[in-house]
Design a protein around this ligand. Sequence first.
Ligand code: NOJ
Length: 749
Amino acid sequence: MAAIFNINAQDKSYLDKKKPIEERINILMKQMTLEEKVGQMNQYNGFWDVTGPAPTGGSAEEKYKNIKKGLVGSMLSVRGVKEVKAVQKIAVEETRLGIPLIIGFDVIHGYKTLSPIPLAESSSWDMKAIEKSAEVAASEAAASGINWTFGPMMDISRDARWGRVMEGAGEDPYLGAQVAVARVKGFQGDNTFRSPLRIAATAKHFAAYGFVDAGLEYSASEVNRNILYNQVLPPFKAAVDTGIRSIMTSFNTIDGIPATANQMLLRETLKNKWGFNGFVVSDWASVREMIYWGYSPDEKSAAKSAVEAGTDMDMEGGIFVPHLVSLVQNGQVKESLVDDAVRRILRVKFELGLFDDPYRFLDEKREKEVIGSKANRDAVLDMAKKSIVLLKNEKQLLPLKKEGQKILLLGDLAASKNSPLGSWRIASDNNTAVSVLEGMQKYKGNSLKYEKGIALTQEEPTFLTEVQYNTTNREGLEAAKQAAKDADVIVMVLGEHGFSSGEARSRTQIDLPGLQQEFLEEIYKINPNIVLVLNNGRPLAISWAAEHIPAIVEAWQLGTETGNAVAQVLFGDYNPSGKLTMSFPRNVGQIPIYYNHYSTGRFTNKDGNVFWSHYSDVDKTPLYPFGYGLSYSKFEYSAPKVNKKTFAKGEKVEVTVTVKNTGIYAGKEVVQLYVKDDFASVVRPVKELKGFEMVDLQPNESKTLTFSLGEKELGFYNQDGKFVVEPGTFKIMIGGNSADVQELTIELL
Ligand code: NOJ
């Protein structure tokens, strides 16, 4: 191996595979200069894709020069075996110690073959499918030379205005933690990285980015301790317990302190209390941006605060390399902190096997075989079907009939091969999704009529441009209206463009953008037999449609296989089984709206006057609640039972419920269990998800499910961040969504 490395070290035994990793790190670090150590803490963006404001790392030439000097530990957004090899070779063969680069990339919902957007995937409540989807993403990225993803994002959010809700798993920390674990396992496998198709994962964004003020991107987050401990942190803790190898800080401040300089979060909680031994990367220039927040007076001070708090690597900020060496030499930053950061970064590089073979992810043959394989397409199709949520189905419009029904398909989005790919898909090619039109044509051939109707956008947007919706051009409406007269059923595909959500895509209105509401109402006047298929990256406010349109299918942005998945659901070859993981508001003014809210001292209007907690203009409940989703079948729940009504600490309570499929189709139901601590030292939410299970039932079949409840499910984090379980009564609720449950009471003595 030494031959590959061409290194100039005195003691090369850190290349000895047989030695334990910690010993190899010691041998290497003893020989590193302070400059080389700081170099490991520096990450540059690659040379073409940009995923943030203009890079600060200089020209490609300068970057190459700095790699050669050993001043770069990682690159992001370099991809493809050829390109990665070119930079890796410099690090390995031309630097004094030959320390390989770790290559990061935003593998968010697939690499080239795309899965549904993460919010959609979470709606499947199917952890095996989600794990598989991350595994497919990891394999394609790894085959392309990448060994570290900036995912999964596990920011809990209650604010559909925030564009990044598309990247997460919705509003609930219990489900969010399960999804986070499934994704980490999918990316990292068994954490040994023996397979060259697994990559290191990143839990992001640490922390509370999902609670940015008013859903405004890059704004502050003023969460309290209760929310931080009980809502924000649980998915991160679960990811750390699963062995995630890196954590990314968030852009926001929390209680006035930027996350990137947050000692309490990074040093005390993550590293000391949770014992995380991977490394922390900043977000893109978030070290530098502490100056613009008015927190760090200059670059030096930003570097000092970040490192002291526990940020180990500076992504594209260009702050550590120019300042850290002198800060240490002047005694302003302890060298032990730099050592700790470098040790963590090197640890992950060793674990990834980069010191054993820095080119192990760089195999052109594998690149060709793995990327876009049939198996990968099958896996993302499976994920896509499972992500669809049936919101309404009246007049038995769905499933559509394969024969003998005149079907009209309408909407710009129905024919789009680009928008269904969603946001965050830098490595995949534009226009590569199967459109809904193509998917439905497989069933109906040329007998399927299609009209575009009113255009969605003024022009096709990109990852870097703002989406401009069409608000003036009604061309196409007449033709659509004419065609509508003659159809038995009309499938209208409406919603947001795929680039309307994701980073830097906050919106203040979340109804159907552009002229689509008008389009929908115009067609409805002519023919009300409409199946509305929604494409969107966030909950939308669709009150009018919910009232008038007989069938509504939430189809998100489902990735490469979108059209096939949608068609299989519409024609009944897959019975929809998804359930919402974010509440859909009646209008934007209800945001933040979430099922696990607190009670209030005035929760009903039993006195018949106005002095109770409500809005004067709209029902305070969501349009569609958390956990909601229909099937072509119907499911009946028995009354739940417990094996004991009272129990002592340390004991478990078993809750059973029988679910029966009373419909005519085989189908799957996600059975949900919620808990409410009736009285506690800190007011507890009206209900919190603490268990769920998916049952697969034939018509007339029933199954009995058993949930086990213990301290883990019944406790909470108090104001000091301590997990406590307090005696008293608890309500246990079981049902098919958060608003439709049957309850019973148990008591902890
Ligand atoms: C900024 C985003 O916030 C983060 O999620 C992403 O990983 C980095 N840019 C790199 O693209």
